[in-house]
Design a protein around this ligand. Structure first.
Ligand code: LCS
Length: 392
């Protein structure tokens, strides 16, 4: 379901339905936990999901519904369901797809808490195989009789490794395996995986969708069947739903997503090029650089290369020296904010990943992850240059 509108127009109007909310240009925040039924018969039908309507905000809420429509439109999906965090979205999606005894294939290089979740799923009786996801063949080789899901994260946190989205989806489709992709790093501005054959997409809306480091939120986009199964089984029972205010802030973020991503993309490319030319930087990982081993693939599946960069400055000591000496950049985890955030992956986001898996994933001890903001690129470069001069 490819959208014909340009992304800039789509982002401003996605999910909008003025007639539904008395013409309010800004979606009202429906701060209501429960909704009155017109009569017992309709109440029963709404409660059972047989007819549309609201009854309790753990199932749905009018503000949340606008956000869900918006995210479905942006990702070219049929439907969406919002969650209280990215992890709630990923766990909700996986628990909708999997039952004990089922098998999942996932990349070695992914966000650390997703790694932790996959490990936890094994304690619930699911099987997990981690592969080098840069080669689609590895997914194929890992298929077992009980394989139900191929999980993808592209670009990956923090290594910026890519999966060949079309390649992995085509293997999965032939083997009748579901594909689920974490599109947090790229955002739908840069990449729409459902158009390449992926079944469903998840986001941490905490990042670029919100865009201002002021919410936690997640979303799953996919078929109506998947989304409604997730709503009425996992979300109804586990309850990881977002507040109406969170939904409103995510909707506000979406309106400027295209503008912000344009600047994140151009700033990150300029900064990646600067870092690549710096003598103290050993290696830069950015899909937009010709030196990225999957640059050709990036050009095929991404419209822009995103705001995330990883680079290597030596070991733990050098990595910490660098992040301790920045001034404009902020030493913090998370990403996708309007301000530039820098962190040392082995000490912070990926410290919980066992060293052996970190090494296999390509997370070296001196790896720095930069979430490039929308400040002036020259100011960010000046700050990094000064901090690099303090690295010995
Ligand atoms: N997926 C990716 C790719 C992420 O980077 C994160 C969070 C999540 C999912 C989970 O989303 P959340 O539950 O936090 O909304 N990434 C973080 C990071 O790299 N630093 O802090 C959080």
């Amino acid at each position: 379901m490819k959208n014909s509108k340009s992304f800039h127009s789509l982002a401003v109007h996605a999910g909008g339905n003025l007639s539904k909310h008395q013409g309010a240009i800004s979606t009202p925040i429906f701060n209501a936990s429960t909704f009155a039924f017109p009569d017992a018969e309709k109440g029963s039908a709404i409660h059972e999901g047989e007819i549309p309507g609201y009854f309790y905000s753990r199932i749905n809420n009018p503000t949340q519904e606008v956000l869900e429509s918006a995210m479905a439109e942006l990702e070219s999906g049929e439907a969406a369901i919002a969650f209280s965090s990215g992890m709630a979205a990923i766990s909700g999606a996986l628990l909708t797809y999997l039952k004990p005894g089922d098998h999942l294939v996932a990349p070695e290089s992914i966000y650390a808490s997703t790694s932790g979740l996959l490990e936890y799923l094994t304690s619930l009786g699911m099987e997990v195989t981690l592969v080098d996801a840069t080669n689609s063949e590895n997914y194929k080789q890992a298929i077992q009789d009980n394989t139900k899901v191929f999980y993808l994260e592209s670009p990956a946190n923090p290594t910026l490794k890519l999966c060949d989205i079309r390649g992995v989806s085509s293997i999965a489709n032939k083997a009748r395996i579901n594909t689920l992709l974490d599109n947090t790093f790229a955002t739908p501005y840069n990449q729409t995986p459902i158009e390449f054959g992926v079944d469903a997409v998840v986001h941490s809306m905490t990042k670029y969708i919100g865009g201002h480091a002021d919410i936690l939120g997640g979303v799953l986009i996919g078929s109506k069947g998947l989304v409604e199964k997730c709503r009425w089984s996992i979300n109804k029972l586990f309850g990881g739903v977002p507040s109406p205010l969170t939904c409103w802030l995510a909707l506000r973020g979406i309106k400027t997503l295209a503008l912000r991503m344009e600047k994140h993309n151009s700033n990150a490319l300029a900064i990646a090029e600067f870092l690549e030319s710096h003598p103290k930087v050993k290696k830069v990982h950015y899909p937009g650089l010709t030196s990225h081993p999957q640059h050709e693939l990036a050009k095929k599946q991404m419209r822009g290369f995103g705001g995330m960069i990883a680079f290597e400055v030596g070991g733990v000591r050098e990595g910490r020296q660098l992040v301790n000496n920045v001034k404009l950049c902020t030493l913090a985890v998370s990403l996708g904010d309007v301000s530039t955030l820098i962190q040392h992956s082995a000490s912070m986001t990926h410290a919980s990943v066992p060293k052996e898996l970190r090494t296999r994933a390509g997370i070296t001890d001196g790896l720095i992850r930069l979430s490039v903001g929308i400040e002036d690129a020259d100011d960010i470069i000046e700050d990094l240059d000064r901090a690099l001069s303090k690295v010995h």
